[in-house]
Every structure is written in C-alpha cells, then in structure tokens.
Write a protein that binds this ligand. Structure first.
Ligand code: SF4
Ligand code: SF4
Length: 416
C-alpha cells in the first residue's frame, strides 16, 4: 500500500520533493564501540506521564536529534542505542538539516513501533519555500513533507515550532492558521498529538497555557543556569500539559565544563549537577538529550540514575547560579530593546555568544551556538555590523554593543 503522505503528495500538494531513500547498511549490534554498556543492560526504565492530556508515557530522558553525527550510519546506530536504552520520545524538526532523514532511517526494522515521534516547523524559523506563511495549507504541506522525509505513515506529535511572540501565537491559532493545518492532519489520522515550542516571555507563555486547550506538550529551555521558565513549566505541568526540556546542560555550557561555573560550584561535575537539578523538579516530565556521540547517552542516563537533587540542594545551586549571573550583570539581559538592527543582526543572540565565550569561557559552545544566530549567507554575522550606532543608545544596560560585535567578529567570524 502506498504511504499516506505519498498518496497525498501525488494528489496535488506541491513542494520540495521528498528525499529518496538510499540503501544503508545494517548495524552490527555486537559492535563494541557502540554496544550498550552493562549499566544500560541493567537499567530499569521508569515511565513518566507526558502530561495528562496526551495519555502517553515517556522515559525521563528523551532523544534530541538536532546534533546527530554527520555520517548517516553513525547517526542510525546512535539513535538505536538510545532507543534500546529505553529512550522513546524523539524530537526532530524540518529545520534541523537532514535530521528527519536520519531519524527516519533509524526507525526501520521495527524501531518505529517503539517510539513517540515528534517533529515541528514554522515559517518564522525556516521558510522552505519563499512563499511559506503560517497558514493551514502551508502547514499541512509541510506535515506531509516531514512524513515523507521520515518515511512514516503517522506522526505522534506535530508541534508549532518556536512561538516567540504574541504575534506568532495569534498567527498559529487564527482561523486558517498553522493549528488548523495540524488539525486537518489530525482529522485524517496523520498526526496524533500537538503542542508548541517557545522562547517567548514567561508572561506570554503563562497566558497561552491558560488559553491553549489544544496543547498537549510544550518544549521549554530550562536548566540550572537559566530558570526563566521554572514557574511556567510548573503551571503547564499542573494543567496536564506534558513538559519537555531542551538545553538541559545550558546548550552545552555545562557539558563543556565552564571553568567559571566549576569554580563557583566548587567542583567540575557540571553536567551531573545540571541533570540532577532537573531530575529533582517533579514538574519536568522529560529532558531532551542532544546526541552527537554514544557518551552523550550513557553519561546522561548515568546521571539520571543518581538520586535527584533535594529541594535544599536545588536551592543551593540556584543561589550559586544567581550569584554568577549577578556578577556578570551589566552584561546583556536579552531584553531586545536594542532591536531591530538595520543589518538584521540578532544583537541579543550575538551578545549571548560573547557572554559564553568571554565570561563563561566556553569557546566550543560559543562557536557551536554562533551558527544558530549568524549566517554569512544572510549577511547577519557580527562582522556585518556597520557601526551605525543605532543600537547603543537604546541598550538598557548601556553596553558597548559595537565593541562586542567587533570581539565576536574577531573570535568567531575570523575564527581566532
Ligand atoms: S551598530 Fe551594528 S549592531 Fe548596532 S544597530 Fe548598527 S549595525 Fe546593528
Ligand atoms: S538592549 Fe542591551 S541588554 Fe537588551 S538585548 Fe540589547 S544589548 Fe542586550
């Protein structure tokens, strides 16, 4: 029987051609370098409700597939290692390069039935075609396209990707908006559940949580270094919405091992601290483990096998994190008052990268995250700052933004 997405694409929905499947080699499960450790063999999986609304259960640790290895066979092995270890919720996106393709291939040979597969898209973050808009038709077309890329008949979740402002939210829920496209796919049995991801203000998110009875899960950033969403995570949990946390190790800061953070905590077990911190928050249903290598899986699961932090321990590390950010206050707060930049630079985004590199001394993470906010093809890198001076008078922290752009250009554009 032809795949549902194939029949619908053939039925007149135009768009990017689905990526054809290449043959790929079977994985040898006895491969020592990739085989599960005895730790994993002995692991007892604890199943957690992914909120009350979805009716699904997940492992405390889920699969983040944004940073899968470049080599496809390695990516497939890594995905299967995670699934074999009991991690079942998979987060991918139309916007994560070839992630959907790699995830799709890892789900052959009976793996599809073992997982909860979630993908997402929005035109705010990625226009696949220039004409892309947050409409029902466009969203429906992107759903079919993701299904084709993943080579599956159904998606467990399709999420609105990054509701970052009231305007995005209103566009998503408007008649004929993104949500209507997802609902069409749900009515046709192509998608089972929905929700959204966000970096919006806690005040806005709190309002969305009150209104959005359609929302079954929300994906938030939350970690020991950034507790901005702690209260809204709790509110979502209380309303029965599944709470999924991205960037549990601060987008890599704690995994890289910031010497500044290590000094403040008095030890260098930063990733363990980050994981035990989140494990100690009962409002967090599951975290995304961003996977690039086998040790990302084993170390996260090992940390999650340790006792979660007590509320007293959590309070103590929160105090350390607060002192650290206070010591670095006077740096960018991400308020966005300096925006927009006539050159299209994401000023708060680049300032955050400078913070990682300069103040937290995490150059690898800074370099990695710089790719998220600056693109030479779009001429919005730090080096594209023309020093027009429009931003500085608007900066609430009176920062020397132009100097920081020069620093970022030297360190990251020039790669010094
Ligand atoms: S000085 Fe640079 S960063 Fe600031 S608004 Fe002008 S171009 Fe943008
Ligand atoms: S106004 Fe200043 S503090 Fe606010 S985002 Fe811009 S650079 Fe950062």
């Amino acid at each position: 029987m032809a795949k549902l997405w194939h029949r619908r694409l053939a039925g007149g929905i135009t768009g990017e051609t689905p990526v054809p499947q290449k043959p790929w080699s079977l994985i040898n499960p006895k491969d020592q370098a990739w085989g599960c450790s005895s730790f994993m063999d002995n692991m007892q999986t604890e199943w957690i409700d992914l909120g009350r609304r979805s009716g699904l259960k997940v492992h405390r640790v889920s699969i983040g597939s944004m940073r899968l290895p470049k080599v496809e066979d390695e990516a497939v092995r890594l995905m299967r290692q995670a699934i074999d270890a009991g991690m079942t919720y998979i987060d991918t996106s139309r916007g994560y390069g070839d992630s959907e393709i790699k995830v799709g291939r890892s789900l052959k040979d009976g793996y599809r039935e073992k997982v909860i597969l979630s993908t997402k898209w929005s035109p705010w973050l990625q226009k696949v075609e220039r004409s892309d808009e947050p409409t029902a038709d466009c969203t429906y077309k992107r759903i079919l396209e993701s299904m084709a890329r993943l080579d599956v008949d159904t998606l467990d979740f399709y999420q609105v990707w990054n509701i970052d402002s009231e305007e995005h939210y209103q566009q998503a829920i408007a008649k004929g908006g993104m949500l209507d496209g997802i609902r069409r796919a749900m009515n046709e049995g192509l998608v089972k559940h929905t929700g959204f991801t966000t970096h919006d203000s806690p005040e806005n998110i709190s309002r969305y949580i009150d209104e959005a009875d359609w929302c079954e899960v929300i994906l938030f950033t939350y970690n020991v270094m950034n507790q901005t969403y702690k209260e809204v995570v709790a509110k979502a949990h209380e309303k029965g919405i599944g709470t999924i946390v991205m960037n549990p190790v601060g987008g890599g800061i704690l995994a890289e091992g910031s010497p500044v953070m290590a000094k403040a905590l008095g030890h260098d077990r930063l990733a363990e601290t980050a994981h035990r911190y989140l494990a100690g928050d009962a409002n967090v249903d599951t975290i995304l483990c961003g996977m690039s290598r086998p040790s990302d899986i084993t170390s996260t699961l090992e940390n999650y096998a340790k006792p979660p932090m007590t509320s007293k321990e959590r309070g103590a590390v929160e105090e350390v994190a607060a002192k650290l950010s206070k010591a670095n206050m006077g740096f960018c707060t991400g308020c966005k008052y300096c925006m927009p930049c006539p050159q299209g630079l994401d000023i708060p985004g680049i300032m955050h990268i400078v913070y990682l590199d300069r103040l937290l001394q995490c150059p690898e993470t800074a370099r990695f995250q710089y790719g998220w906010v600056a693109n030479p093809r779009e001429h919005n890198t730090a080096g594209d700052c023309t020093e027009c001076g429009e931003c500085e008078p608007k900066c609430t922290q009176k920062l020397d933004i132009m100097e920081q752009m020069k620093y970022a250009a030297k360190r990251l554009d020039a790669g010094e």
